[in-house]
Design a protein around this ligand. Structure first.
Ligand code: ATP
Length: 429
């Protein structure tokens, strides 16, 4: 019998990590039954407010004899009850079990949990309809991710190798030789990615929280991910590690939408016209975008750093394709930019002073007339319109690696432009 297991919402900012629990369980359960493939780390809607970090759930599948299934389920529930950070107010674990094939209805639910907001009640209803068993701890919100991860059609995927720390080191600074990460990255990039930020010269494989993760190595090539792990010099003991298959960096969350359709927590790609000059508040850059169905505020937040410079170059009248997540900011529905592509740019006109018609010298403004700095010639102030370069190219702009959502596909990977180009095709029809 095929048995699918899903787990979610076991961690808090104070510690634990659902992937750690998943990796321990995968090892333990592999003694009782035959694993079908690697465990899977499924990122769901990145805009929901309950997430601790990247809204990740863990799922794994086994071929198990009927006689061991009760023992497997007991083991999962025991591990979750023992290891989840149940003391934290926002940790509401959920576990799901499904026997047999994954029904279409569960696949649909997974895609909704990826792209929209769903409720605990909806998850319970779907579980009942597809014959999945769900177990709630406290509020049990985790059953949403647990069920959705089981039903997730992982057609596109990447890998992440997660390296875990010994419990006595949890909460202390992570010790990894930074130079070795740069060297390993130089060797394996772009088959592994997000190891380092080359601009800032910082290492990205190590997280910063109190969780048990020492490092995560991401990539599209399983072999290169493993070899990169071999090349990195860890300066503290490794408890164990686990390779996960994941929907990270697939852009699976993005769906083409009209601006008028956008709802809170959606992830979408829209095409529209810039209708306001940009404005800034608290180092965040905003503008408004409109299509024939509505208007939305668009934001490039402070952590997107230099990406904001490209956004500042947009002008009213420009037509762009914008991808991102819908959140509320200051009570206003706001599209939080992940990528954008300028489709059509309006000409940028600047008004310049003419040269002196008598001597060719530089003219200076004096109220409503111009005066030559060299020969003193005076003439009425008539400025000349000049078209100046826009400083934006016909290319996709993306946020830097440390501001990128787990699901967002970096442009360096094959298909990183696909969702934007698809939107271009759709809106051309
Ligand atoms: P980590 O990445 O370390 O595992 P996390 O960011 O995944 O932490 P969780 O603790 O898993 O955060 O919290 C996310 C919660 O949101 C879970 O309870 C999950 O079931 C729920 N959830 C996931 N997707 C949706 C959705 N589309 N709508 C509503 N709730 C969701």
């Amino acid at each position: 019998m095929r048995l699918h297991i899903g787990i979610d919402d076991t961690d808090s900012p104070n510690g634990m990590c659902t992937t750690y629990l998943g990796a321990l369980l995968y090892r333990e359960l592999s003694r009782l039954a035959e694993p079908v493939d690697l465990p899977r780390l499924i990122r769901l809607n990145p805009n929901v407010p309950y997430k601790t970090r990247g809204n990740g759930a863990v799922t794994m599948t086994f071929d198990a004899g009927d006689e061991v299934i009760p023992e497997i389920k007991d083991t999962v529930l025991f591990y979750v009850s023992r290891l989840a950070d149940l003391s934290h107010g926002n940790t509401n674990p959920g576990v799901a079990f499904l026997e047999g094939d994954v029904p279409g209805k569960l696949r649909e639910f997974s895609l909704r949990a990826l792209r929209e907001h769903v409720s605990i009640e909806e998850a319970e209803r779907v579980a009942g309809d597809v014959g999945a068993e769900v177990f709630k701890f406290k509020l049990g919100r985790g059953i949403i991710g647990a069920l959705a991860s089981i039903g997730y059609p992982l057609e596109r995927f990447t890998y992440e190798l997660l390296v875990y720390r010994e419990p006595e080191n949890w909460g202390t600074p992570r010790r990894v030789n930074e130079e070795s990460v740069f060297l390993a990255d130089r060797w394996s990039y772009p088959f592994t990615h997000d190891n380092v930020d080359p601009q800032k010269r910082t290492v990205l494989i190590t997280p910063h929280g109190r969780d048990p993760v020492l490092a995560g190595i991401r990539g599209t090539d399983r072999g290169k991910v493993l070899q990169t792990f071999e090349m990195v010099e860890f300066e503290e003991p490794i408890a164990f590690y686990q390779l996960y298959k994941t929907n990270q960096n697939t852009d699976d969350h993005l769906t083409p939408k009209k601006i008028g359709e956008l709802k809170l927590y959606d992830s979408a790609v829209v095409r529209g016209k810039v209708v306001t000059p940009y404005w800034e508040r608290g180092r965040h850059v905003f503008f408004e975008l409109e299509d024939d169905t509505g208007r939305i505020r668009v934001a490039a937040f402070e952590p997107t750093k230099k990406f904001r410079n490209h956004v500042r170059k947009l002008l009213p009248g420009d037509e762009i394709i914008a991808a991102g997540g819908v959140k509320e900011h200051d009570g206003v529905l706001t599209l939080n930019l992940e990528k954008f592509y300028p489709v059509k740019l309006v000409p940028k006109i600047e008004y310049k002073k003419p040269r002196c018609p008598r001597c060719g010298g530089t003219m200076k403004s004096k109220g409503d007339y111009l005066k030559c700095k060299r020969c003193g010639y005076k003439m009425p102030k008539k400025l000349i319109p000049v078209e100046v370069p826009r400083g934006l190219k016909r290319k996709i702009y993306e946020v830097p690696p440390d501001a990128r959502k787990h699901l967002s596909r970096p442009l360096v990977l094959p298909g990183g432009e696909e969702k934007i180009l698809d939107a271009l095709e759709i809106s051309r029809d």
